[in-house]
Design a binder for this molecule. Structure first.
Ligand code: GLN
Length: 303
């Protein structure tokens, strides 16, 4: 090798992570250690555990450039998940970008609430409806975990539908049927169509709260997926008002809601004559987070 071709040895993975952790800490990021490891992993195409597990391996200059670019994006305020490009949600790894909301851990718990209900039934769920599917996360989890055989997934946003279709690529097209829907939702459902299960993580943040969200959320995630109007309940009201006619007898609706919306959503559900057993369930942090209601096996107003 000529003198010119000889390169100084680059930093090890561990040294690189430590340097980035210091940089992120200085920039005021809360979980700097975790983020540093994940950014290096994303840039090098590794799992975070391998970055430290094989921390003595030296980083090539071209790899260091990719890492620096990823760190730069994070320091500019971009969400970590957009830089990683994927999010792990239960057993799924989904593509996540600015086309839809980044799947949140609370929503993983919504699937547990649904799973308990499905497992307590004597029949499996044939057809489920996912309202505002975004990245596809809820509907695809239902299929993945055999909580439904067929999912109709609605979204107002064409970009979100494109992302959901991408994430559904490993699913049989007939099992995950994506449809556009208008803001009033129900025209997307055919007159004779019914579902045993309806799930939704609707936008539920109030417009005022939306304006005050952290820039990493407000500036990078679609407003339409977060802003539920003046009291945050616009979409929830639309769902509660119409869900009674698309649920089959014995079916149930599961909604993710804001931590201070429990009493009001319970009131809305109880005011809907076609629903019974309305209840609010909490997330792991002990906050009201999920609303559930059922359609009685008999005595419902329709179908
Ligand atoms: N939990 C989300 C947030 O606070 C809101 C999700 C939603 O509106 N569906 O960012």
């Amino acid at each position: 090798m000529t003198e010119l071709g000889r390169r100084p040895a680059g930093p090890t993975r561990r040294e690189l992570v430590e340097g980035i952790e210091r940089e992120l800490t200085l920039a005021g990021l809360e979980s700097a250690a975790v983020e540093a490891r994940r950014l290096v992993a994303a840039a090098l195409g590794l799992e975070p555990a391998d970055v430290v597990g094989e921390g003595a391996i030296r980083v090539e200059p071209s790899e260091a450039v990719r890492v620096a670019r990823a760190v730069g994006r994070r320091l500019q305020g971009e969400p970590l998940q957009h830089i990683e490009g994927t999010v792990d949600f239960r057993s799924l790894r989904l593509v996540s970008d600015g086309r839809a909301l980044i799947p949140r851990p609370e929503t993983e718990q919504l699937v547990d609430v649904v799973a308990r209900w499905v497992k307590g039934r004597d029949r499996s769920v044939e057809r489920a409806l996912d309202i505002g599917t975004g990245s596809g996360v809820l509907g695809l989890s239902l299929l993945e975990e055999c909580l439904a055989a067929h999912v109709v997934a609605l979204d107002v946003s064409a970009e979100a539908r494109e992302l959901a279709a991408h994430n559904a690529a490993h699913q049989a097209a007939e099992a995950f049927e994506i449809r556009p829907c208008p803001p009033e939702i129900w025209p997307a459902i055919k007159p004779d169509e019914t579902f045993q299960l309806v799930v939704s993580n609707p936008p539920y943040v109030t417009s005022a709260e939306w304006a005050g969200l952290e820039p990493v959320v407000r500036d990078y995630e679609p407003r339409i997926a977060l802003d539920g109007g003046e009291d945050g309940l616009d979409v929830i009201r639309a769902i509660v008002n119409g869900v009674g006619s698309v649920l089959s007898p014995g079916g149930a609706v599961f909604l993710e809601i804001g931590a201070n919306q429990g009493p009001e959503v319970l009131r809305l559900l109880r005011a809907e004559p076609r629903l019974v057993n309305a209840r609010i369930e909490r997330d792991l942090a002990g906050r009201d987070r999920f609303a559930v209601a059922e359609k009685p096996l008999s005595g419902g107003a329709s179908g």
